[in-house]
Design a protein around this ligand. Sequence first.
Ligand SMILES: Cc1cc2nc3c(=O)[nH]c(=O)nc-3n(C[C@H](O)[C@H](O)[C@H](O)COP(=O)(O)OP(=O)(O)OC[C@H]3O[C@@H](n4cnc5c(N)ncnc54)[C@H](O)[C@@H]3O)c2cc1C
Length: 441
Amino acid sequence: MKIAIIGGGLAGLTAAAYLSDNLGTEGTVFERSPQLGGRAFTYQKSGFTLNYGAHAVYGIDRHTLQHMEQELKLQFQSKQVDKRKVMYAKHGNLTPAPLDFINIMKTNVLKPFEKVRFVAEIAAVIGNIHQLKHYQTLGEYLDHSHASADVKELWEHLVSSNFFITPEDARKVSGEVIAEYYHNLFLSHKPVNYILGSWATITDQLIHKIRENDKWDIALKEGVESISLENGKYLLNTKTRQALEFDHVIFAMPAQQVVKLLEDTSWSSFLDPYKNNSSTEVLVYDIGFSKVVARPFSYISDMDNKLFISDVSATDHTVAPETGQLLQGIAYLNDDCMEEDEKKQYLDGKVQKMEAMFDQYYPGWRDHVEVKRVSKKAMVSSVKNIRENKLLPNEIAQVPFLFCGDGCEGKGELAERAFSSGRKVANLLLKDQANIKSVVH
Ligand SMILES: Cc1cc2nc3c(=O)[nH]c(=O)nc-3n(C[C@H](O)[C@H](O)[C@H](O)COP(=O)(O)OP(=O)(O)OC[C@H]3O[C@@H](n4cnc5c(N)ncnc54)[C@H](O)[C@@H]3O)c2cc1C
């Protein structure tokens, strides 16, 4: 069974690691950029480890990485973000984010009677009896809820930070999806952890696994440009090679790019429902200091300005030199269409707000900057998990390919969906192969 995997991000590497662990398979991972990892690509600069995307893992004790640790024998350590240092800033005041009962008691985001209400809501989610799951969206639930404005705002804010979308978009997430997500997360003993050493700790081991099987190749700088079907085989064309023959093809790239790649083929119309999906885009401001400038929190979310800053090195000490500090600031971007000039002003405004937030909590930071990377348009989630979007299924009737990635159906959000869908499609192929073998015998 010869398999092509298009995309060398978390999803493609996961699928390839599972498949290459099986002696009956051979294949190639095609990656169009010069390096693997996709949006989880990690690199070193002046002693700092910079991730293109952050490496926070939500509910690691109930996460797909637990299966991968056992099944692929991955080795990694993680560290819990200090919950007492996870803060919200509202109207200029800093207060603990109500992540657990202790923080709920301490926070100023809610008044005492609202705290009782919110605890009851959490208990209902844990018990799987919360009404939210019966509503089409969080917004519809909140419109019918008798909770106070602060409790409603807290729901929007929680969903916004876990689903990595703006609070406005949080209102568009399906009630069922949210209820299931928080049922899992509230039962977790480890709500927010960082993988020590960043995503590279995982991707390096997946790559090593793939390379252990000499029937598997990794083709870098080799984007797939077109696909056709001839005599039961799939023929792939890249910039440098033509008509490479495979029995199966797995797409492990953002859903929008899948739609584009299959645009002029007979399969295109089956992808129509996924054509207009929107993604989450953010401005990312990574900054490394030569010393610990200040450490007032591990994470702070500015509820008024829709920005947040993670002190990544406060949890994962491996990503900064011993005496240094690494922060990642993120600002949500709205997806309104704008003229170039207007867009530039809008983005510059976000940078200024972010720097003002650094000024407020890290006074004097400008004198200690060692590394800085500002990315004005980073795609966090290729398909925003809101009701009007449709995640790409792992299999589509009448389309002979498999699909994985964070824009596909799978367990969890963000990187977890990339891992879980990568694992799922590999298992689907392996199951198929086992069935063929048992018919032949
Ligand atoms: C700023 C930021 C912060 C984030 N923080 C977190 C976090 O804290 N926790 C979390 O869980 N997730 C986080 N994420 C999300 C996480 O990084 C992504 O969900 C995950 O990396 C997606 O992996 P993927 O394999 O689905 O897609 P990708 O990483 O996009 O991989 C797809 C790959 O396919 C390649 N490709 C595309 N087209 C072709 C082609 N035609 N031929 C060959 N190759 C092709 C691309 O080059 C890419 O390498 C964050 C993301 C960002 C940007």
